[in-house]
Design a protein around this ligand. Structure first.
Ligand code: C5P
Length: 235
């Protein structure tokens, strides 16, 4: 395993066939893959097992948001399916996050590790105007910081945030919080639909503990070389 490989989470936003293909190419080199709703809803928990069987840890990005009773069960089930990290919406509130924590702790009894919980604050697809339209008049950055603090106090292990927020959250939450940032583009890479981007080095310098990188690796002609290039930038 390359030094620094644990800091790069490869987002498998593709179909199962391609996910398995990329998995084979990166096996033994990458440590983390991200399975999102599209892949998980199509193939279920078996896609998580398949990634584990290839030797990867799985960041299961399901962004849970429901009443505490439902979330306790969902987090337990996702943990038992093999999620090493699991996402949920901080907007669900303290009781919901506490329930998720209870769910992953209940699952930890039969697993060797406890699933780490990461909270999403304000989706990066939203701006100040769309936040106001859903009735939230708190300035966007303040809302992100408030939700991040609430999530941590309720038992979340970390936050998923943009590279532009990671510096402020690192200061607020301290050194032990997991801060995972998507929106990463190696210097010169196509930004695609991402607008608030940073290079791997910039995001880590700003305080990120891990980076989510999708298309720059998955859509590259040579995904292994693209992965190695991101890791060398991390180092
Ligand atoms: O292909 P790309 O590197 O842009 O992929 C980024 C990944 O991070 C995608 O899976 C996307 O869903 C996810 N993500 C994001 N912005 C967020 C949260 C997650 O881009 N705020």
């Amino acid at each position: 395993m390359l030094d620094g490989a644990d800091k790069v989470i490869v987002a498998l936003d593709c179909d199962r066939e391609k996910a398995l293909h990329i998995g084979k190419l990166l096996a033994g080199q990458a440590q983390w893959v991200k399975v999102g709703m599209t892949l998980y809803y199509a193939y279920g928990p078996s896609i998580v097992s398949e990634m584990h069987d290839m030797g990867f840890k799985v960041f299961l990005d399901l962004k849970l948001h429901d009443i505490p009773h439902q979330i306790r069960g969902a987090a337990k089930a996702a943990s038992e399916a093999g999620a090493d990290m699991l996402t949920l919406h901080a907007l669900g509130g303290s009781a919901m996050i506490e329930a998720a924590r209870e769910g992953v702790e209940a699952a930890a009894a039969s697993r060797q590790t406890r699933t780490q919980l990461l909270s999403v604050t304000v989706l990066t697809s939203m701006d100040s105007e769309s936040l106001q339209r859903v009735g939230i008049s708190t300035p966007l950055t303040e809302e992100v910081r408030l939700l991040a603090q609430l999530a941590r106090d309720a038992g979340s292990d970390g936050i998923v945030c943009s590279p532009h927020e990671v510096g402020a959250l690192r200061k607020d939450l301290g050194s032990d919080s997991i801060l995972v940032t998507p929106g990463i583009r190696p210097a010169g890479a196509n930004p695609g639909d991402q607008s608030r981007i940073a290079t791997p080095a910039q995001a880590l310098e700003a305080g990120a503990s891990q980076l989510v990188v999708g298309r720059p690796i998955v859509q590259a002609e040579d995904p292994l070389t693209a992965f190695q290039a991101v890791v060398s930038e991390v180092n």
